[in-house]
Design a protein around this ligand. Structure first.
Ligand SMILES: Cc1cc2nc3c(=O)[nH]c(=O)nc-3n(C[C@H](O)[C@H](O)[C@H](O)COP(=O)(O)OP(=O)(O)OC[C@H]3O[C@@H](n4cnc5c(N)ncnc54)[C@H](O)[C@@H]3O)c2cc1C
Length: 485
């Protein structure tokens, strides 16, 4: 029997559920990736995420070719291209891992129907998260809208039936003959890729985004290396250092989990065995795994409440009187708000396509509370600029920060961008790294350089007074929550 495997956010051969299931049933196959013009319209070539995806794809293709399997990289609508390939290759089974977003689910339903019409059977399994959105339920069968009880139920489910990684997928015996590989990735050229500028990290972003050398390396081998290195080194101190953007205390696996160059089950399996082997690391590893449970939580929220992609999870906050402040938005995007901790985060994002989680929370709070700019504008910018831009986690993070979401921080708790910097970047190393203009300031001045004199030349004064902005935000949120009554 012959089959196709349609690779999407599962760009790996290790522990790939639907690929393994395909191998059980077919002996000849072809791997396929399809550049969908609809998705490409949303994620043009120049975006860090697309560039990372192409890197992962190249490496996967090389791994497969080393085994004599030509990967088919096509472009077009999947519901047209896949049935056509299935017909040409006389493949009667087509496997893929289920889409984790509502948009992807709708597209998959179209592909499913088109394949059946063409006489091929779809084989679809869930792979992107450990537990599916309907597997973690309250005792009465309801859905969780708060993280902590969800996390407790998640771990109870794991204790009842752990779902670790199952190992490298056995591939079908051989490739379908007659399908040589295409010479290059056939991507519509709708935009130029970013220039590769040398120089300071803070200065290396071109007009289209980070320089290639600043983006993380893609591919399965790199993801495994990152996991092993993290578990052997930083994981033990993760609970203490995960909030410090001046330290290299987190795994940086987010782009890999986004594109599936590593399976989330692999992360759980390896981390739990590292914790057994090294009891000193146990608490840090457990904390890290709880972060992966946040990822599962936000995927479940998106599946159950797809309206969050366009509206607030809490409807009363749709009445919030956001400000139209294009100048403020541009200053925020460029890292020129005059608040060094905020600006360091935004410049790290621009230069590398990644930002530390603590900085993400602070810059998102600054945009939505201090500038009172609609969270959707920030979410969109992050989605375009992040190499790990993911609809579920990005939306969850933004709605949490804007206090409009499921498990949001209460609106009256508004991050102070100066004290956040003093607390989480106490020596100022993060700010100095990304804002060279402030490089000579001592730690005690670096988070509020306008106090005790002017900020150094070339660095702006704060674009808004935090105390004033805080009161303005409190009034706006209070008015919106009163509209519920
Ligand atoms: C406003 C905002 C937007 C965000 N947008 C995204 C996004 O688009 N994509 C994304 O993957 N994460 C997003 N996050 C979550 C988090 O910031 C990143 O996952 C994390 O910084 C990635 O770095 P890491 O891999 O070193 O994380 P680690 O600390 O090593 O954590 C391990 C993994 O757990 C998951 N994780 C960690 N924290 C969270 C979290 N708060 N929510 C969901 N998953 C989490 C990620 O998959 C991460 O790779 C966002 C957070 C905020 C506040």
């Amino acid at each position: 029997m012959r089959g196709l495997h349609w690779f999407r956010n599962d760009l790996r051969l290790d522990d790939n559920r639907s690929l393994s299931a395909l191998a059980e049933r077919v002996d000849e196959w072809l791997p396929v990736f399809v550049f969908d013009p609809e998705l490409l319209g949303r994620s043009p070539r120049a975006l860090p995420r697309t560039r990372f995806l192409i890197d992962c794809l190249e490496r996967l293709r090389a791994d497969l070719e080393a085994q004599g399997i030509p990967m088919q990289i096509l472009s077009g609508q999947p519901e047209v291209v896949l049935p056509q390939l299935a017909r040409d290759a006389k493949a009667s089974l087509v496997s893929w891992n289920a889409a984790p977003t509502p948009l992807g689910e709708r597209r998959d339903a179209r592909v499913d129907a088109a394949l059946r019409r063409a006489g091929a059977e779809p084989l679809v399994l869930r792979d992107h998260t450990v537990f599916g959105p309907d597997e973690i339920r309250t005792r009465t069968g309801g859905r969780y809208v708060v993280y902590t009880p969800y996390r407790n139920a998640w771990w109870e489910a794991w204790e009842r039936g752990p779902r670790g990684a199952s190992g490298r997928s056995r591939l079908p015996a051989r490739a379908i003959a007659g399908f040589d590989r295409r010479p290059e990735i056939d991507l519509p050229r709708e935009g130029a890729s970013a220039p590769e500028a040398p120089g300071l990290p803070g200065a290396s972003a071109g007009p289209d985004g980070p320089a290639a050398a600043s983006l993380p390396r893609g591919g399965e081998k790199e993801a495994r290396l990152r996991l092993t290195t993290f578990l052997g080194e930083a994981a033990a101190d993760y609970a203490a250092l995960r909030d410090r953007p001046d330290r290299d205390g987190t795994s940086r696996l987010s782009p890999h989990l986004r594109f599936g160059t590593i399976s989330v089950r692999r992360c759980f399996s390896e981390a739990l065995s590292a914790a057994r082997a090294e009891p000193r690391a146990k608490a840090g590893i457990r904390k890290w795994l709880d972060e992966l449970v946040w990822r599962e939580f936000y995927h479940a929220v998106l599946a159950h409440s797809p309206h969050v992609l366009t509206r607030s999870f809490r409807p009363e906050y749709d009445a919030l009187a956001w400000r139209d402040d294009d100048a403020g938005f541009e200053a925020w995007k460029e890292g020129r708000t005059g608040y060094p901790f905020v600006d360091a985060g935004m410049r790290q994002l621009r230069a590398t396509g990644w930002m530390h989680n603590r900085a993400r929370m602070v810059v998102a709070s600054f945009l939505t509370k201090d500038l009172l700019i609609d969270w959707r504008r920030g979410e969109r910018h992050f989605f375009d600029a992040l190499v790990d831009g993911d609809p579920a986690s990005n939306n969850g993070g933004w709605q949490w920060s804007a206090s409009t979401g499921t498990d949001a921080q209460p609106y009256f708790r508004i991050f102070n961008p100066v004290s956040q910097g003093e607390r989480f970047d106490p020596e100022g190393g993060y700010v100095r790294r990304w804002i060279p203009e402030l490089g000579d300031l001592p730690a005690k001045r670096i988070h509020a350089p306008w106090i005790k004199g002017e900020p150094p030349r070339g660095y702006p004064l704060p674009i808004v007074d935090h105390d004033f902005a805080r009161k303005r935000a409190l009034d706006a949120y209070k008015a919106a929550s009163a509209s519920k009554a």
